[in-house]
Design a protein around this ligand. Sequence first.
Ligand code: SF4
Length: 106
Amino acid sequence: MLVHNDFTLIDINESRPCVGTDPELWFGAPDDTPPHLQETRPSMRRRESVAKAMCARCPFVVQCLENELEHGLGEQWGVRGGMTAKERQDVIRARRRQAVTDVEVA
Ligand code: SF4
């Protein structure tokens, strides 16, 4: 049984589309990749699109995204929960701004 927002259960669930796939699909080439083999911006966008498409078919996308957002700005890597690290950082910043606005209004 899956408990809502319990990523521990998601983590061990082998039905996630990302399980068993190449980590480079989600995180790009390793940092020690020689410069001439590093990802170009167009190839990065294509790779991220493929990863996002897999997330879009994932039954755990909402829980996965919320789990990633809880990690905070400094711990965002790769495509997770249907978003790139940059997109998740934007959501975190927007939520923080909204939280400040909510406190000021209250
Ligand atoms: S949303 Fe994407 S990264 Fe998260 S568990 Fe599903 S397939 Fe994997």
